[in-house]
Design a binder for this molecule. Structure first.
Ligand SMILES: Cc1cc2nc3c(=O)[nH]c(=O)nc-3n(C[C@H](O)[C@H](O)[C@H](O)COP(=O)(O)OP(=O)(O)OC[C@H]3O[C@@H](n4cnc5c(N)ncnc54)[C@H](O)[C@@H]3O)c2cc1C
Length: 572
């Protein structure tokens, strides 16, 4: 299926030119899940929209989450019912309507270790969780929880220590490749007419009196400075919110505190279990989440005041997670079982002096000066509601104006992300697709889960250039065509974009993508017209990044880890 515009290499230049040439209704700062969700909400209401992202889509927090689309059992225990209900509604909407190709069910075991009160207490919480999901206006798309005895747990999860268990409760949530979700939201927004440009940093605001009338920006690829005029600027800069507020001057209306959370990726065969697992720790919750041929284990929750673009996982963080998970594994995981490590920063609205894991994940929208809306907080799961709330706030400033008669209501609950259309049909046709393309059935499934109905576009590329149907050297879970498509349709401009976000090779291979770097760069070079020098530079930058991350993960403290990580500079 062809479903609208691509984020092609030329699309960025055209978007920048168009943004400069007109006054937009809305300009969004930040290409994470909140910024792209805001752009999609605004453009589908009939507004003219631009979005500027200083690095790559999802290069901030939105590619470094636990990748769960969930209500959050923890918030239920904190009695944050409104937050849980809203997130569960969004979960159902994403699973069954907006992005069924990207969002998938995932089951978890919640182990029970005490006799007596624990089973009824946790069971009541799970029943409430299921009931809240069913009370929403959208389909749930997931089975109800069920109670398990110890011997059932042993069968489902033979590698978890069962001697300390009295049983478990199995419940369902959903998961998504966060970076692909964000890029897909951006592509959907572009397909409806939004203008999006990455590697463009907002450096200041245009003002008329008190009012914000646009931004000054720097194209990091060319070094060119320019201005974009907009009737409203929406700031969706996550943990960078305070810096953006400082550009406006005055006292900030919101304070966003960064809390670091790290994850480990280990091979799936290191832990035999048909289900993920959720454990309580002294300070937080530990997730062991199935992720293709891997497990993702996370997370930590500690304040972070160092480099925001490259939060670093220290040895202490890694050892903490290994210690936690090893408490429940029959055969402990070792450091050399770890394939990948990633660290992200939660954008928490800072309360008084609460420790970071107690601060609510709910979001807030403020309008500190006319023409500027700031949105922050929240979570991946509720991005659509955040986008809607930001545009509702922007609509106040927009009034009747050019639209005459006010801004229409949000319609994103009915706007399917690209790739959703045709996904079911193509899934039913998977065997025929495999036969006609010569691509193995397992590979077709892999493509369907990442591209949905857009699988046709990748198969057309393979038909034209059969060599693209081969596995990518150094990262055989992916096909060469995915690298080419990342550049031609998904806005990837640098090797890092492809290895860290369009694919997840940088966290899914023991060598962190080192041996795939050159083959991937060669495929990109053909699309982007790189010469040998440029290609070598891209590979060199990527290898330096991997080495700096490895060094940071040997450091004991955050400060030492940060010093090691910042040695590798971004390519632009
Ligand atoms: C460890 C961890 C686990 C999590 N797990 C989950 C989970 O399982 N489920 C869930 O629902 N949520 C989860 N979250 C929360 C979720 O990931 C975040 O709330 C969400 O990704 C934040 O998105 P954002 O768009 O606000 O921020 P970001 O993704 O950081 O986006 C902000 C963007 O603004 C850009 N920017 C900043 N300044 C400028 C400028 N001057 N000019 C241009 N661009 C600029 C940045 O480059 C960045 O890309 C988790 C978070 C963490 C850290």
């Amino acid at each position: 299926m062809t479903q609208g515009a691509a984020l092609s290499p030329g699309a960025r230049e055209s978007a920048l030119q168009a943004m400069e040439a007109t006054e937009l209704d809305v300009l969004v700062v930040g290409g994470g899940v909140v910024g792209t969700g805001t752009a999609l909400d605004a453009v589908t209401r009939g507004l003219t929209v631009g979005l500027l992202e200083q690095r790559d889509f999802a290069s901030g927090t939105s590619s470094r989450s636990s990748k769960l689309i969930h209500g959050g059992l923890r918030y239920l225990e904190m009695l944050d019912f409104a937050l849980v209900r809203e997130a569960l509604q969004e979960r159902g909407l994403l699973l069954t309507r907006l992005a069924p190709h990207l969002v998938r069910p995932v089951s978890f075991l919640y182990p029970l270790t005490r006799r007596g009160w624990e089973r009824p207490y946790v069971g009541a919480g799970m029943a409430l969780y299921d009931a809240m999901a069913r009370a929403g206006k959208y389909d749930v798309g997931l089975p109800r929880h069920r109670h398990l005895f110890r011997r059932q747990v042993k069968r489902i999860a033979p590698d978890f220590k069962s001697d300390v268990l009295t049983g478990a409760i199995q419940f369902y949530d959903a998961q998504v490749d966060d970076a692909r979700l964000v890029m897909t939201i951006a592509r959907t927004a572009v397909s409806h007419g939004a203008l999006c440009a990455t590697r463009t940093k907002v450096t200041g605001f245009l003002r008329e009196g008190e009012r914000v009338t646009g931004v000054r920006a720097l194209d990091l690829e060319s070094g060119r400075e320019f201005e974009v005029r907009a009737r409203v600027v929406v700031n969706a800069a996550g943990v960078w919110t305070d810096e953006i507020q400082a550009m406006v001057g005055g006292r900030g209306a919101l304070h966003v505190q960064a809390s670091k959370g790290i994850h480990l990726v280990v091979p799936r065969d290191r832990i035999r279990s048909e289900s993920g697992i959720v454990l309580r720790t002294e300070t937080s919750v530990l997730f062991v989440i199935p992720w293709g041929r891997h497990w993702i284990i996370g997370t930590t929750d500690t304040a972070w005041n160092l480099d925001k673009a490259h939060p670093a996982a220290s040895r202490a963080d890694i050892e903490y997670l290994l210690n936690q998970v090893n408490k429940v594994l029959k055969e402990p995981l070792r450091l050399d079982d770890v394939e990948g490590v990633y660290a992200g920063l939660r954008p928490l609205l800072s309360g008084e002096s609460e420790p970071t894991s107690r601060i609510s994940r709910e979001h807030t929208v403020v309008t500190p000066v006319p023409g500027l809306v700031i949105i922050a907080g929240g979570k991946l799961t509720t991005y659509r509601v955040m986008g809607k709330d930001a545009v509702d706030a922007a609509a106040h400033s927009l009034g009747g104006g050019a639209l005459g008669g006010g801004v229409p209501r949000s319609i994103t609950e009915r706007v399917r992300l690209i790739g959703a259309d045709g996904y079911e049909t193509r899934s039913n046709q998977r065997a025929a697709l495999s036969r006609s393309s010569g691509v193995h059935l397992a590979r077709i499934d892999h493509l369907l889960h990442r591209y949905g109905g857009l699988v046709d576009e990748l198969l057309a590329l393979i038909a034209a250039r059969p060599e693209l149907g081969r596995p990518l050297d150094g990262a055989e879970d992916y096909l060469a065509v995915e690298v080419v498509y990342a550049v031609s349709h998904e806005g990837a401009r640098h090797l890092d974009d492809v290895l860290a976000r369009r694919t997840r090779i940088s966290i899914e291979t023991f060598d962190r993508g080192v041996s795939a770097a050159r083959p991937a760069a060669e495929l990109m070079a053909g699309e982007l017209g790189w010469d040998e020098e440029r290609l070598a530079d891209e590979v060199d930058h990527y290898l330096r990044r991997v080495e700096a991350e490895r060094q940071s993960q040997l450091a004991l403290t955050d400060r030492e880890a940060d010093e090691a990580r910042v040695k590798a500079r971004d390519i632009v």
